[in-house]
Write a protein that binds this ligand. Sequence first.
Ligand code: ADP
Ligand code: MG
Length: 393
Amino acid sequence: MAIRQIDKLDFKDKRILLRLELNVPLKDGKVQDTTRIEQALPTVKFLLKGGASVIIVAHAGRPNGNVVEELRLTEIAKEMEKLLGHKIKKLDEAIGKKVEKEIEKMKPGEIIMLENIRFYPEEEANDIKFSKTLASYADYFVMDAFGTTHRAHASTHGVAEYIPAYAGILVSKEIHALSPLLEQPRRPITLVLGGAKIWSKIGIIKNFIAKADHILLGGGIANTFLYAQGHYVGESLFEKDKVDIAREIMLDCEKNHDQLHLPEDVIVADEMSDDAKTLNVPVTDIEGDAKIFDIGPRTAEKYAQIIKNSQTIFWNGPMGLYEHPPFKKGSETIAKAMAETYGTAIVGGGDSVDCIKRCGYKREDFTHISTGGGASLEFLAGTMLPGIEPLLK
Ligand code: ADP
Ligand code: MG
């Protein structure tokens, strides 16, 4: 996928509207985790070094078009200022007279951060007038919020209609890491999918039915497939309204090269807790009100072997309720195999990334860790993302 990148752009003395992904966890207005802020720094530094002035646009939380005091970007700006070692002028609005005045005064090397863009209903509505106003603030638009590229909003998509759009360093990295999965990946290709909700993963499964050598299922989503296959799943989490689609996918996989793998054994328990009593049973032996909370060791070992024998692996969604130690082992075995495989190992998804951290692995242990869970899934589902489409050459 060929995109326009900022390394090809002369932005000396230019004003750049820079969309960043700074949606970090906040508690009592304070930033709890600075990962996303750190990941945004290379592009900001690159633009400043090249003599630009930078207007940062970002969102936090889901204010749904209203001003929500706790979701102001003030603390995020302060945190970024510290990490960057450079003054950031945080404004309390994103558009309007005051903002315009401040932008007019800007000199090269200066940074302004606009207020939470989702305080404006026009943002999520991808409003034309709002997009034009944002575009009028700058000479170029730089998109570096990979985690929001699957949203057709004014500051991710609309604005690119009116000024030239370029990909920032983070978005470029993501596209370079993920597009080989769609364009001639090294085989065997394996998808490992878990987590709680099937709907977010149907697109990627369908797109890979003809491409993947193995699709390994775990987590809550595997339960729906087990049920569709005719297994009793007790009180396990599963999506009844997705049983038909699960059957359809299983049939399609059979027609291709039978690459769908479901758990053969699972860990069941009565309760979700740190000291739950667990039982390892074959999927044919689930009884009463048992709940499946992890894949079993036999399944995990089989999945690990497949991962180690693959050349390209993408993992999204934990294999179990990893937040509780008794149900973490399945995901731990997968994380270990992902870290050890000689293949290209890519991980996406907020909980999956949290899970590998809790298992003691670092980012460097994998080929690539995507900064956007939903965005990476939609990208790999093969749909053109609204935040990426304007960046194509
Ligand atoms: P990601 O954020 O990596 O995309 P998801 O959000 O889809 O992953 O799913 C993660 C959640 O799924 C976790 O909270 C995990 O506890 C839950 N989960 C995984 N397996 C099960 C299971 N068998 N039963 C209930 N919840 C599960
Ligand atoms: Mg999640």
